[in-house]
Design a protein around this ligand. Sequence first.
Ligand code: DLL
Length: 436
Amino acid sequence: MNINFYNKSDEIMDRGLLEKKQLEKIRSLVNRALATPFYKTLLADVGIRNGKDIRSFRDYQQIPFTQKDDLRKAFPSGMLAIPREKVIRLHASSGTTGIPTVIYHSKNDIDNWTDLLARSLAATGCTEQDVLQNMMSYGLFTGGLGMHYGAERLGMMVIPASAGNTQRQLNMLRNFAVTVVHATPSYLLHIYSRLDSYGFSLKDFNLKKAMVGAEPHSEDTRKKIESLFKIDVYNSYGLSEMNGPGVAFECVYKTGMHLWEDAYFMEIINPDTLEPQPEGGQGELVLSTLNREATPILRYRTRDLTSILPGACECGRVHRRITRIIGRSDDMLIINGVNVFPSQIEEVIMRMPEVGTNYQIVLEKKGSLDQIIIKTEVHQGIFNDNTRELNQLSKRIAENLKTSISINPKVELHEPGQLPVYEGKAKRVFDNREKI
Ligand code: DLL
């Protein structure tokens, strides 16, 4: 196996040295965090006034967790740790109504993140010989720009295709002899299903690898994409609160994702008791941004469920591997890569006076893409009117959901009393997609 390194000394080092560096980085991270109003209060409550107060990892574990809601409450800049003029970019998490979670980046932050992606791509065997077509959306979402910078840094030729427009994607794949694509797994399967109808066949392409992430997918889905396209597919994990892609990435051995431990400190906790899990136990991933300047984050509850794989990887990297994400400890849905909480859907539809009180959110696979169906009861009066009005109402509900939370649902209207009523906790979400 050909093993490539982007910066070998950062990837292969003594574990003891890595841990020593991590503790030093935690101390300076705490000092940076103390510059924000949010952490100043949070840390003072547990008696931490200086990074020096963290003498061991045990001390570190006294720091309270940070949650998505804390980031929302700190909107727009309660977690900004550096002067505004030192910020060169912001990203915000997708799919949130009203208050997004905003992450600011300094020049060093972008530089470090870029290095992590260059390192990740190199770990999959990418080199400057490769041409990467980036099919993740460019914008506030981190999948576009994050990967773009990393691939450029490695010297790859990057095509900033962004998401959607399948025919154009296929043309570019062929015309520029693309060797690597970056996309959600569901979009790659969708593209495959459209090859024939757009008059393409695999022979038109020079594709060798795909980097897939941003949404949960199973080992079978990976294998399916590999065998359909006859390429290698690598799992890429990340979240905007931790920069975006480039938090954990598979190497050529494809046996779990190396979590870049010189940039992120990881713990696995039991999401119910919040206690650390024993070695190798499955639980929720908690991360700290060891290097970040603009928006330092301590002990962030990702809500993603995984475990740390035992033993060393054959590639020799010191950074431990996590399993693919097997679910989430909250109710966040990921629909074609877009993150949505059911409560956000409820907020949008309940704002409309024609809509009744009962609704359901149904998720299905339509071909390889996710389809979301909103079934909602509407007031009786509307059913007495003509179908044109009903059609207009479904269209308006769909449009409101599209503009406020970027989902594209099919809307089904029901007469009052038609949807099931639950005595206890209402079941609103019916996820009929493949389970991992
Ligand atoms: O999805 C960042 C990203 C972009 C990762 C491109 C990989 C590739 P967010 O929009 O903040 O950021 O969504 C983060 O998506 O907490 C997971 O629940 C889920 N997720 C991301 N990657 C994977 C993956 C980006 N490989 C949320 N497998 C995370 C399963 C994933 N779930």
